[in-house]
Design a protein around this ligand. Structure first.
Ligand code: PMP
Length: 395
């Protein structure tokens, strides 16, 4: 065959894509082996029946043709109203692009912010797809390291220095954070916002976990002074409404950015299915108790995990403020996150994500998705800590 483009073959920069343990676990499962999967960030409850009923109603009523590309007006209005209410920043339909999931919005944001070859900063550890998404948009990812001893908060002075050094076009932040669970306080976001204003780059704020706050408060940096004009916000119904498979999310941006991003959508996705949008509109507007109901199991399991981990000293629990993961420090075992995750899967058929999948700052850590029923979750965690204790004795 003719050569493949370097753009497509270098998306993962020659390394793995970070999902290796996940694929290994899925292969074991396919081969009939029972595996406890604590890898992917997907609620264990399915999309609720009334949302599916609305999806079915909309589809059978004929909303199966091409939908308008930026999103149906009623959904754009509902998203704008939600953002206005939650952030206090006046937001209209013209600030909203409906996208097939937050992932597509991440790509769109970088396409809008970066020219080919531009540097794009991203706080690290980061969600697995960030570097590949930035490369897909033609930009070059640069990780801003964070440290456990600083609660995995980014340092604004470091961001400023790196932005100056690289001439970065954008900084990607994610609070509540996947994988660390960090929720950035106002002071951290103010520091980043000042850097963005002074160095003139876009702040791309991934807020897909904004309904999963366990401690502290969620603050959208778009609400800080002078930031609405240089912030793009990624939202999604995947985590908040257990709608991962529906592929429905949004991008909030200044009106001129949305105007050109509609061209991108026209030439790539050509919009989101109308019946999915109708279901999303229903999910966002019909039942206020839905979001807390979807978030409740994670809050409960987090408390359960705190109890289990308090009974031992080998595995450290990184204090988290939000999102559906535990971030565990397993450095006392002497193993890397990859080696530990691999050994745990081999020995106990429990699959967790190695920290290294999320960047070098997460080496020696594990991300554990709190996405199985409480009892099984508690049992898996006890097995994991017992395994770590045996490893640390052997070391
Ligand atoms: N951002 C973060 C931080 C995520 O964890 C995820 C999914 N795990 C996404 C974006 C993308 O989610 P989706 O495309 O399903 O909306």
């Amino acid at each position: 065959m003719p050569p493949l483009s370097t753009r497509i073959t270098s998306l993962n920069a020659g390394g793995g894509d970070g999902w290796e343990i996940f694929y290994k676990a899925r292969a074991l499962r396919a081969a009939g082996v029972a595996v406890t999967e604590l890898t992917i960030g997907e609620p264990d409850v399915r999309t609720e029946a009334p949302i599916l009923a609305e999806m079915h109603r909309a589809a059978t009523a004929g909303h199966t043709g091409y939908a308008v590309v930026p999103g149906i007006p009623a959904l754009r209005d509902a998203i704008a109203a939600r953002v206005t209410e939650r952030t206090g920043v006046a937001t209209s339909r013209d600030n909203v692009l409906v996208t097939p999931g937050g992932q597509s919005a991440l790509f769109a944001a970088h396409m809008a912010a970066c020219n080919p070859g531009d540097a794009a900063l991203m706080v690290e550890p980061h969600y697995v797809t960030y570097p590949g998404t930035i490369r897909a948009a033609g930009a070059i990812p640069h990780g801003i390291e964070t440290r456990p001893e600083h609660s995995f908060f980014p340092d604004a002075a470091e961001v400023r220095r790196r932005a100056r050094e690289t001439g970065a076009a954008a900084l990607l932040v994610n609070s509540p954070n996947n994988p660390t669970g960090a929720v950035y306080p106002r002071s951290v976001l103010e520091g980043l916002a000042a850097a963005a204003r002074d160095e003139d780059f876009w702040l791309i704020s991934d807020e897909v976990y904004d309904t999963q706050i366990w401690e502290g408060e969620h603050l959208s940096p778009r609400a800080l002074p002078g930031m609405a004009e240089r912030t793009m916000v990624i939202g999604s119904l995947s985590k908040s409404h257990a709608m991962t498979g529906s592929r429905i999310g949004w991008l909030i941006a200044p009106e001129p950015a949305i105007a050109v991003l509609i061209d991108l959508a026209t030439n790539t996705t050509y919009g989101v299915p109308g019946y999915i949008q109708d279901a999303a509109l229903y999910a966002l507007t019909a039942d206020e108790s839905l979001e807390p109901r979807v978030a409740a199991p994670f809050r409960r399991r987090r408390a359960l995990a705190q109890e289990i981990l308090a009974g031992q000293t080998i595995v450290g629990l990184v204090p988290s403020g939000g999102a559906m993961y535990l971030f565990l420090d397993i450095r006392a075992t002497g193993l890397s996150g990859i080696a530990f995750a691999d050994a745990l899967l081999d020995a106990h058929r429990i699959a967790v994500m190695p920290g290294e999948s999320f960047g070098p700052s997460a080496a020696g850590f594990l991300r554990v998705a709190m996405t199985i029923p409480d009892e099984a979750f508690a049992a898996a965690l006890s097995t994991l800590t017992g395994f770590a204790a045996r490893l640390s004795k052997a070391a």
